[in-house]
Design a protein. Sequence first.
Length: 218
Amino acid sequence: MTESILIDPAILYWGTPVVLVSTVNEDGTANLAPMSSAWWLGRGCMLGFTESAKSVKNLRRTKECVLNLPSSSLAGAVDRIARTTGNNPVPPDKEWLGFEYVADKFGRAGLTPVPSTIVAAPRAAECDVQMEAAVEIIHAYGATNPGIRTKIAAIELRIVAVHVNPDIVHKDDSRRVDPDLWRPLIMSFREFYGLGDRVTSSRLAEISEERWRPPPPA
């Protein structure tokens, strides 16, 4: 066994799925923001965004969005808007990182906006997974943490509708995504990766997925 060493990374970007968050701007146009600080639990999601992000302003105002999950084949589309912002002028913390203002992020990415069923924000048609979501609460994050450079908002979302490409649906259960068919785009320390084959079977996966579904109201 190799002995571990102590290091001091500037960020802890261990690897999470890329999310393209679509929201509605004040003028009714759409914003599309790539991010990967997201985690999932039950039918909810928590996003981490810098407070200066246009997405945060839109989420505070509209209380809704769409979480579009691109497959690894869409890495180029994501990269085309990776250093862009919907804010004009560009906020100082974004300018310092070399970001530029882009009004039409869907166009820059080469993705197609399509109407959602519940929320006003559009979905990205090319993404294999598109989840309409409503804001539950927005928390301040890391306010007393000296290791965080800018103000961050932790945004709790409730998923209200899930759209998926039928090619990734489980053949034996139309309510489930087949993990052998779903190939999300992963970002690890700011680089793009995909998933390989399944490593081994999982005892947790032997439990019926339906056991996590809340019971119907009494």
